[in-house]
Design a protein around this ligand. Structure first.
Ligand SMILES: Cc1cc2nc3c(=O)[nH]c(=O)nc-3n(C[C@H](O)[C@H](O)[C@H](O)COP(=O)(O)O)c2cc1C
Length: 172
C-alpha cells in the first residue's frame, strides 16, 4: 500500500492526552506541514499561533458550547488565522489544519480538529470572537478551527481501506 494511504488509515482524532510536552522538533515538523500546504493562488495568507500555556488552552476549551472541553487537557494548540479579505480563507486554513493533523499522527502525536467557525460559546458569544480575544488577534483575522495536540493517552483502531465507501463514487 502507498505510505500516504497507510498514514491516512492510521490517522484518528485523539482527544485524550498524557499531559507530556510535545518535543519541539515534532511541533516544528507539524507546523512545517501546515506551512507547506497548498493555498489558493499560492498566497499563503495564514498566520499560525501556537500555545502551550495551560490558562490559554483552558480559555480555548471554553470558546464554544460543546466539543472543545478536551482542549483544556491538550499540551498545545495551533490556531490558523487568515485575513477575511482572502476569499479562500476557509479552504486555505482547512487544508493547513488537515495536513498538520495527518503529520501529527505520523509522528505519534495525537491531535483533533476543533471547529471554531459558525459556533457559539455557552454565553452566546461567537466562538471565533472568543478565540480572537484569547489570542489578542485582530477582528479581521478569521478562524475556521483549532488543532489540539498532545501525546496520546488513547489508541483508537485505525481505519481500513476496506472502510472506504465506494458507493459514494460516481463516474459520469
Ligand atoms: C470540520 C471538522 C470539524 C470538527 N470539529 C470537531 C470538534 O469541534 N470537536 C471534536 O471533538 N472533533 C471535531 N472534529 C473531529 C471529527 O469529529 C472526527 O474527524 C470524526 O468523528 C471522525 O473520526 P476520526 O477523525 O477519528 O476518523 C472535526 C472534524 C472536522 C473535519
Amino acid at each position: 500500500m502507498s505510505h500516504v494511504l497507510d498514514a491516512i488509515c492510521k490517522r484518528r482524532s485523539i482527544r485524550s492526552y498524557t499531559g507530556e510536552a510535545i518535543p519541539q522538533d515534532k511541533l516544528d515538523a507539524i507546523l512545517a506541514a501546515g506551512l507547506l500546504s497548498p493555498t489558493s493562488q499560492n498566497r499563503r495568507p495564514w498566520q499560525f499561533y501556537v500555545t502551550t500555556d495551560s490558562a490559554m488552552l483552558a480559555e480555548l476549551s471554553r470558546a464554544k458550547r460543546a466539543g472543545a472541553a478536551f482542549v483544556a487537557d491538550a499540551s498545545a494548540a495551533i490556531v490558523v488565522a487568515v485575513d477575511e479579505d482572502i476569499d479562500t480563507w476557509v479552504e486555505d486554513e482547512s487544508i493547513a489544519l488537515a495536513y498538520m493533523h495527518l503529520m501529527a499522527s505520523d509522528l505519534g502525536i495525537g491531535s483533533c480538529w476543533v471547529q471554531m467557525h459558525l459556533r457559539s460559546a455557552q454565553d452566546g458569544t461567537d466562538t471565533e470572537d472568543k478565540v480572537r480575544q484569547a489570542l489578542e488577534l485582530d477582528p479581521r483575522q478569521r478562524i475556521v478551527g483549532v488543532l489540539a495536540l498532545g501525546v496520546p493517552a488513547q489508541n483508537p483502531t485505525a481505519h481500513s481501506v476496506k472502510d472506504a465507501d465506494f458507493d459514494r463514487v460516481h463516474y459520469r
